[in-house]
Design a protein around this ligand. Structure first.
Ligand code: GLA
Length: 343
């Protein structure tokens, strides 16, 4: 394949893929050729690197960093603080009770210090806090053990600890449903409060787990504008375009239908058209996977269902979506503003 995404988008965005210890082998060639940035899908999360208070396990994360180095790829760090995939010892006092706030904060600091320092120089930015905002309901913040044990200050503290560990790293708040108007306003309010308090935060990560029908383009535009208005950099951090609407439970397909593929092309082209419109604010677009043979959306959220959310098919061949997305960048370089086929 001659054309590559990373070359098409050079000068516009880094083009990233989430990888894991297996896909750096099974899709290593594709990743090194097409992408210039990677994110560890799970291998840098607290449960993976820090299963017990006195024990860090960095082997898989180190292997991914070595892959990035060997291929000259940039690395986004993911993630330091999350309600999921975080071992319980962070929150316990060892006697069956809850840890004291100060003890939990000391652990958080020590965790962040150790992880961030280990990868300083390789990882240029971190998703410091992931998904702290609730989707709906009374409270703006999600009810998590961090919130329970430390209180709302855990968020700003995490950014301070990360900044102290690597003052050069760019620090992000990352979340999903980032384009839905109600959630957008909650994320905006949280990030605004951090900025106003002088917290070392540099960007907002828009996960972009989208599908053929949702979110609407105008909601994406509003979200980008709203976050960018805070003066922060934006990264698209976990992009995929599921073939299924959120509440669709069908499991009968072994291949995507032609209609699905056609709609996915349209959607991908429109999304990248929006990203290019806002290229002054966006620096990086990362897909949550490299090709359709491996995606977290196989079997999730519907068991027994295959999905095809990425730009390369299960055999690592470029899909028509790839061609449309690449053509758009070429057109933007020529300055025509419009890309490939018409909308
Ligand atoms: C969230 C997390 C990611 C990953 C996905 C599912 O978006 O941020 O790390 O766990 O869910 O793969």
């Amino acid at each position: 394949m001659n054309q590559t995404l990373r070359e098409a988008y050079r000068g516009f965005f880094d083009i990233g893929a989430a990888v894991n210890a297996r896909t750096i082998r099974s899709a290593g060639e594709l990743i090194a050729a097409q992408y210039n940035s990677i994110t560890a899908e799970n291998e840098m999360k607290p449960e993976r690197v820090h299963p017990e208070e006195e024990r860090y396990t960095f082997e898989e994360a180190d292997a991914i960093v070595a892959f990035a180095r060997a291929n000259g790829l940039r690395m986004r760090g993911h993630t330091l603080v999350w309600h999921n995939q975080t071992p319980d010892w962070f929150f316990e006092d060892g006697r069956g009770g809850k840890a004291a706030k100060e003890a939990a904060l000391a652990r958080l600091r020590s965790h962040i210090r150790t992880v961030v320092k280990r990868f300083a120089g390789d990882v240029y930015c971190w998703d410091v806090v992931n998904e702290a905002v609730d989707d709906a309901g009374q409270d703006a913040l999600r009810a998590t053990k961090w919130l329970d044990v430390v209180g709302p200050s855990y968020i700003a503290k995490a950014f301070e600890f990360a900044h102290e560990a690597d003052p050069k790293a760019l620090l992000f708040y990352n979340d999903y449903n980032e384009s839905h108007p109600a959630k957008r306003e909650r994320i905006y309010a949280l990030v605004k409060s951090l900025v106003e308090a002088g917290t070392p935060i540099h960007g907002v990560g828009l996960q972009a787990h989208w599908n053929l029908y949702d979110p609407p383009l105008d909601d994406i535009r509003r979200a980008i504008e709203r976050y960018a208005s805070l003066g922060l950099r934006l990264h698209i951090t976990e992009m995929d375009v599921s073939m299924f609407a959120f509440d669709d439970r069908r499991t009968d397909l072994a291949e995507p239908t032609d209609d699905m593929l056609a709609l996915q092309e349209e959607r991908y082209e429109s999304f990248f058209r929006v990203f290019l419109e806002y290229r002054e604010a966006i620096d990086s677009v990362t897909f949550w996977g490299a090709a359709d043979d491996y995606t977290w959306l196989h079997d999730f959220p519907v068991r027994g269902r295959t999905n095809w959310p990425l730009l390369f098919d299960a055999r690592h061949r470029p899909k028509r979506s790839f061609e449309r997305v690449a053509a758009l960048a070429e057109a933007a370089k020529r300055g025509s503003g419009a890309g490939g086929a018409s909308r």
